[in-house]
Design a protein around this ligand. Structure first.
Ligand SMILES: *Cc1c(COP(=O)(O)O)cnc(C)c1O
Length: 428
């Protein structure tokens, strides 16, 4: 009789009896808020819910300005545009991230420079940033990946030394803190996503955050067809939508990248739930990490002491096949998935070989000239650490795993131990 669930044995968790916590989380509050918006007839942009959410999210993140837009891809694009980054400019991005971090750089006609990550925490390696800097470098986009934080002390020091902008990609980090400062409040601009998988969500959506009022004005115009906001829009006074030029009456070129009141209503309620959810996820993750540290062949991602508050989009840990008698990682993930009744995934594909980061499939848009065409070829970058993480180390599960009790964490550890003990069932 085989024991492992993938071979027909009894799984560690029967999800028909013991389902995992649900994501997204919603209740009566969201229902009421959505019906209120419906009845109000104010369904579009710059409504009271959007203004309220912008104010609350800025306050929560510890910045002067937060501005909603359609998703966490457009946030990166308008951040680059607001900073004046475009033709001829290089932007340093980590090789291990969602494709949008690099694709948006190309969408503003600049050149993404892919650099390797640190094996400790899978975030951009400051030493690799230094090596990649040229006279054309204009910005760095660190990504606070999964549970970890990019080393913002090192990154801000490099940026200062070389006069570079920093856009924090915080799509995984709503509420995370570095030395007491929230993600999105450290660089020039923070970029957040509210896509359904993220740990603050309105289905789709995003925010940019900044302490710089001039940048906030530009960002606001960029998401609203190029209309300059009213002079007092950033003192929290909302006069509603309107065609307002800047002091000289100038508009700027852009398009409609606006969020709806329905999304904003959901976000206002979600933000109230976020601090307690983050605390629960952090406590569970700490406990699970302590269990993982005791199991041969798996190990937690290092927690930096400067991470004063954790936020999790996915929970990730490291696998080493040597202790599992050479079991390929795909087979380990599949076996764990069968035990837990939950998707167990790899990390993102490294961007130098990523099926969704393929700028050369769009020559009509991206072949500005032959030189540029070569410069945006992802294959020209070498990312050995990213590749090792993707191919040999990474095990990732959705953050809802962390939203239950410590007993759930015991069960995850048990499932891994079970695979360890019965690994011979998986070897042929
Ligand atoms: C999700 C994500 C984005 C893009 O956000 P969308 O809202 O899906 O467009 C950007 N960067 C990272 C790291 C992400 O995880």
């Amino acid at each position: 009789m085989k024991k492992l669930a993938i071979n027909g044995g009894t799984p560690c968790r029967d999800i028909t009896i013991q389902p995992w916590p649900k994501w997204p989380v919603w209740g009566k509050e969201e229902e009421v808020a959505l019906i209120d918006v419906l009845h109000s007839g104010v369904w579009s942009y710059n409504g009271p819910k959007e203004m309220e959410f912008n104010r609350l999210f800025a306050e929560y993140t510890g910045v002067k300005h937060a501005i909603c837009t359609v998703n966490g891809t457009i946030t990166l694009q308008i951040a680059l545009e607001a900073l004046g980054i475009g033709v001829g400019d290089e932007v340093i991005v980590p090789g291990l991230t969602w494709q949008a971090t690099a694709a948006t750089v190309i969408d503003v006609n600049a050149i993404p420079i892919l650099v390797d990550v640190s094996e400790d925490n899978w975030c951009i390696d400051p030493k690799e940033i230094e090596k990649a800097i040229t006279p054309r470098t204009k910005a760095i986009i660190p990504v606070h990946l999964y549970g970890a934080f990019a080393d913002m002390d090192a990154i801000m020091a490099i940026a200062k030394k070389h006069n570079l902008y920093v856009i924090e990609d915080c799509a995984h980090k709503h509420g995370g803190e570095w030395n007491g400062k929230k993600a999105g409040s450290i660089g020039d601009i923070g970029s957040f996503s509210y896509q359904l998988s993220k740990h603050l969500t309105s289905g789709e959506g995003g925010s940019v955050t900044t302490n710089n009022t001039e940048l906030a004005n530009k960002l606001d115009a960029l998401r609203n067809c190029g209309r300059r906001p009213e002079a007092d829009a950033f003192e929290g006074v909302d006069k509603g939508a309107g065609d307002y030029g800047d002091d000289d009456g100038n508009f700027i070129q852009s398009g409609n990248l606006r969020i709806t009141e329905f999304q904003a209503a959901i976000l206002v309620e979600g933000l109230k739930r976020l601090p307690a959810q983050n605390e629960n996820r952090d406590a569970n993750a700490e406990y699970l990490n302590s269990l993982l540290a005791e199991i041969p062949g798996v190990s937690p991602i290092a927690r930096d002491k400067r991470e004063t508050k954790k936020a999790y989009f996915n929970f990730a840990f490291k696998y080493s096949k040597n202790e599992f008698k050479g079991l390929p990682i795909e087979k380990f993930r599949n076996a764990l998935q069968a035990e837990l009744g939950l998707v167990v995934d790899s990390s993102y594909e490294p961007l130098n070989n990523c099926s969704l980061y393929v700028p050369h499939t769009k020559p009509s848009r991206h072949k500005l000239n032959d030189v540029y065409w070569e410069e945006i070829d992802p294959k020209r970058f070498s990312l050995p650490v990213c590749e090792r993480i993707f191919k040999e180390q990474s095990v990732c599960v959705h953050h809802k795993v962390l939203m239950g009790s410590t007993a759930d964490m015991d069960l995850v550890a048990e499932a891994i131990k079970k695979i360890y003990e019965h690994v011979s069932e998986l070897l042929d």
